[in-house]
Write a protein that binds this ligand. Structure first.
Ligand code: PMP
Length: 463
């Protein structure tokens, strides 16, 4: 395909980038001898770099974001139409696309009611944490303020969200952290099922009961919320085991603890349902979302609550401190909800939830075929088009494959023009997991191509 946006001065751009851009998530020393990667164009599920090379994007923009694929003119048109009418207004005012998108979103989330706009996943999660803290102050004299988070989950990059972060590698150098965040054990059956289970108890129920043990140790009257990813993303694509969610829900109810579900990755179609929690029998109190909300066409995130949570901030109108004393300046950008509205319409009109279910099952099967051939694949996990393959040195001992080899697999795919991801890269000994999350428009040809690249890479790198 033609790449119309290729610049005529690529070397100059690469040099400007090398001289001045501080890229996310990467050690820059190698850029002294190799060029930084610059992506210039995308169409559907493919992107082109500044050298004109085509890549099949197996991770939707690097981090599970571009759910409806690249080059969607109707989203660009909707954003443009809105921007020329009104680009921004904030403070306590609303907007037309904000109201329309909220209505449409809530239609897809039975039981939920109110949408609070922000810009990033971290920020949406912080809004949720602040709501929990304020409820603790309003209702419980500040006592019920602790927020539980789970090992291997991630909720964002700010100091408060890192304080709720269960991935050691991301936290190691950024303490001291914010008090009041307490970890609960992970639920990765592949690496936890060897514990002695009482008769008749499944690993899922045990993993959920471990949360209850933390609540009892901390004191239920001090715990305000439990914040969990429905399926852990960056921590290794961890699908909660049977029985887990039902028990978690029951525990939250029993101790009057708000359930905050972080849908930043799973939200808006990624797992084949509108939201990841809808795969399970869960009734959350707070749901946060970001990446797929507008597929990266505009920066938008949302913290969605039930009417019951909202009411706690509305009912005492006589209290000047009673309302949610929070603002996000760019929560007033109208491009976000305008893009998000169109993004949802595309998912509905093109039947992308069903495609995600069908293509997710197809690719899961492909990964299982690869596992039959390559003994370094220890476990295949995930839901919809959100899948992972954990790599091990030895299937019996489950010792993790060296992270340099995992990176070499990713690098080999990249050289073949196929972008995949890997989680927990700098934590040797933990789950080094290849990660796949193509756009929800993926078809069998795309997925065959993806699986073939991984097959070749595993053969070359691991043998
Ligand atoms: N929650 C989860 C589950 C995430 O994966 C991420 C980002 N990878 C975040 C929150 C933070 O989102 P953001 O980078 O937009 O702040």
């Amino acid at each position: 395909m033609n790449v119309p946006f290729l610049p005529n001065n690529p070397e100059k751009i690469v040099e400007a980038d090398r001289a001045h851009v501080w890229h996310h998530l990467i050690q820059h020393k190698p850029f002294e001898t190799i060029d930084p990667r610059i992506i210039v164009e995308g169409k559907g599920i493919h992107v082109w770099d500044i050298k004109g090379k085509e890549h099949l994007d197996g991770v939707s923009g690097g981090v599970w974001t571009v759910n409806v694929g690249y080059g969607r003119e109707r989203i660009a048109d909707a954003v443009r139409d809105q921007l020329v009418k009104l680009n921004y207004f904030a403070g306590s005012a609303g907007s037309i696309p904000g109201a329309q998108f909220s209505e449409k979103l809530i239609e897809k989330m039975p039981g939920m009611s109110r949408v609070y706009f922000a810009n990033s996943g971290s920020e949406a999660n912080e809004k949720g944490f602040k709501m929990v803290r304020q409820i603790a102050h309003k209702r419980y004299g500040g006592k019920k303020h602790k927020i539980l988070y789970r090992e291997r989950d991630y909720h964002g990059t700010t100091i408060a969200t890192l304080s709720a972060g269960g991935q050691e590698e991301r936290n190691a150098q950024y303490g001291p952290f914010t008090p009041g965040f307490v970890p609960v054990p992970h639920c990765l059956e592949y690496r936890g099922a060897d514990q002695n289970l009482p008769d008749g108890e499944s690993y899922g129920i045990r993993a959920a009961r471990a949360i209850e043990e933390v609540i009892l140790r901390e004191g239920p009257d001090t715990v305000g919320a439990l914040c969990l990813e429905p399926i852990t993303a960056g921590g290794g694509v961890i699908t909660p085991p049977e029985g887990y969610w039902e028990t978690v829900q029951e525990i939250c109810k029993k101790y009057d603890i708000l359930l905050h579900i972080d849908e930043v990755v799973c939200g808006v179609g990624r797992t084949g349902t509108w939201f990841g929690y809808q795969n399970y029998d869960i009734k959350p109190d707070i749901v946060t979302m970001a990446k797929g909300v507008a597929s990266g066409y505009a920066a938008i995130s949302c913290c969605v609550t039930t009417e019951a949570v909202f009411d706690m901030f509305k009912d005492d109108a006589s209290d000047p401190m009673g309302y949610f004393r929070d603002i996000s300046t760019f929560g007033g950008c109208t491009a976000g909800p305008a893009a998000a509205l169109e993004n949802m319409a595309i998912i509905e009109e093109e039947g992308l939830l069903q495609n995600t279910v069908d293509m997710g099952a197809y690719f899961f099967g492909k990964l299982e075929e690869l596992a039959d051939k390559h003994t370094c694949i220890g476990d295949v996990r995930g839901k919809g088009l959100f899948l992972g393959a954990e790599l091990v040195k030895d299937r019996d001992t489950r010792e993790a494959l060296d992270e340099k080899m995992v990176q070499a697999v990713v690098g080999d795919c990249m050289a073949q023009g196929v972008i995949i991801g890997a989680t927990n890269r700098s934590l040797p000994g933990l789950n080094n997991t290849l990660c796949f999350s193509p756009a929800l428009i993926a078809n069998k040809d795309n997925l065959d191509h993806l699986a073939d690249a991984v097959d070749q890479a595993l053969t070359r790198v691991v043998g």
